[in-house]
Design a protein around this ligand. Structure first.
Ligand SMILES: *Cc1c(COP(=O)(O)O)cnc(C)c1O
Length: 386
């Protein structure tokens, strides 16, 4: 089987894992947690990183710190893996779905602006209310999809204009760059907004810690609070005093040890992903049955997390055909706006999301994908569509 996106662990990661075991520092106290956070912050350009047990828990912490409460609404693209929607529901809040743009397959900036300007109003206490539901809009949560990035300048401008926190789900774009800067970096002229960047180290992401995530921020108090909340909000080690509802979300030293080794190879992973993506694009455009491939917006250096094509018909036939040939592929996610447990949510629009969910297909693009295996995939796709 040629897998869709398998982890790549070929370096000396085991040396650090063995060190955790030998020294018995296997839980969440230990030097690799700090080392991984420092390296991650440096790599992404953020001032601080707080590492967690998953990307979902990093998103949840960001929502808690941003003050998102029961019955609030958070603006979210209808096209995404389910995790950010769940994190919003953990707070008792509701996603408000906007569509993605066909130009870059990222959250539709114009639609967010239109919604905030024309479908929301401020009440006497300064809260921004969705006039359709009466609920408070508490944050904007763009999801940078498939290795690309949504228009970050526009998102920051909109967040500042409407005084909303910006919580970026950057699970799929670790290593991507916006105007040559890392995903956690402050941008030129960035106004004072509450900005959180969350990423993931799940097994299928661009680098892995087995399972894990991180919250990146430029605010020292936010980082401190995130770490505090992720370790049961304990204020006294001996007396077991806790000052608020805390979580058990801190990454373990073992996971962080793997992360330190993986991060050292991230530039190589990115280079390989780029080569694989460019080769697909080249081969597909040379053939007649050209599927459109994931477009990238201006100013974005893509991390090429999942190489994805857009067919002119439902992608499931091709998926089944390739599966029979031992090639693992995957459609994009079912629109979140159509999940039954989220059916009470306000949907601004999800037309493009539905098209992409039906007709897009992600192809094998593991860092370790051999030339031979990629030839097989290319041959099968062209043979089937051509
Ligand atoms: C992978 C992913 C996450 C986080 O997933 P975890 O498994 O919790 O680390 C969040 N959002 C998106 C869009 C993802 O693809």
């Amino acid at each position: 089987m040629i897998p869709l996106c398998a982890p790549y662990i070929r370096s000396d990661e085991w040396v650090r894992i063995k060190d955790c075991i030998d020294t018995e520092w296997v839980s969440y106290a230990g030097k690799y947690v700090q080392e991984f956070e420092a390296n991650l912050a440096r790599y992404t350009g953020a001032h601080h990183a707080a590492v967690t047990i998953s990307g979902t828990s990093a998103l949840h912490l960001a929502l808690v710190v941003a003050g998102v409460r029961h019955d609030d609404e958070v603006i979210l693209p209808a096209l995404s893996f389910v995790s950010p929607a769940n994190a919003i529901r953990y707070q008792g809040a509701w996603p408000t779905f906007v569509d993605v743009s066909m130009l870059d397959w990222q959250i539709d900036i114009g639609q967010i602006e239109d919604f905030l300007s024309n479908s929301c109003k401020r009440d006497s206490s300064g809260n921004l209310l969705n006039i359709h539901t009466g609920r408070r809009i508490a944050a904007i949560m763009p999801v940078h999809l498939l290795g690309g990035m949504a228009d970050l300048d526009a998102l920051i401008r909109i967040a500042a204009e409407h005084r909303l926190p910006l919580i970026e789900d950057a699970a799929e774009c670790l290593g991507a760059r916006w105007k040559e800067k890392g995903i956690g970096a402050l941008l030129q002229n960035q106004p004072e907004i509450q900005r959180f960047t969350c990423t993931s180290f799940n097994g299928n992401k661009i680098m892995t810690t087995g399972g894990g995530g991180a919250l990146l921020t430029n605010c020292p108090e936010t980082a401190q609070l995130a770490k505090h909340l992720s370790t049961t909000a304990k204020t006294d080690d001996i007396e077991f005093d806790h000052d608020q509802v805390g979580y058990n979300y801190r990454m373990s030293n073992m996971a962080a040890a793997l992360g330190v080794g993986q991060l050292e190879q991230l530039d190589y992973f990115l280079e390989r992903k780029k080569e694989i993506a460019e080769r697909y694009t080249e081969e597909f455009s040379a053939c007649g049955a050209i599927p459109a491939t994931l477009p990238t917006g201006r100013h974005v250096t893509n991390s090429h997390w999942l190489y994805t094509i857009l067919l002119e018909r439902d992608s499931r036939d091709l998926l089944r055909h390739l599966a029979e040939e031992g090639i693992q592929t995957r459609p994009l996610w079912k629109p979140l706006s159509s999940l039954s447990y989220l059916s009470g949510c306000h949907v601004v629009s999800d037309d493009n999301t539905r098209v992409l969910a039906e007709r897009a297909l992600s192809l094998p693009c593991s860092v370790g994908l051999s030339k031979n295996d990629q030839d097989t995939v290319i041959g099968q796709v062209i043979g089937y569509l051509g």
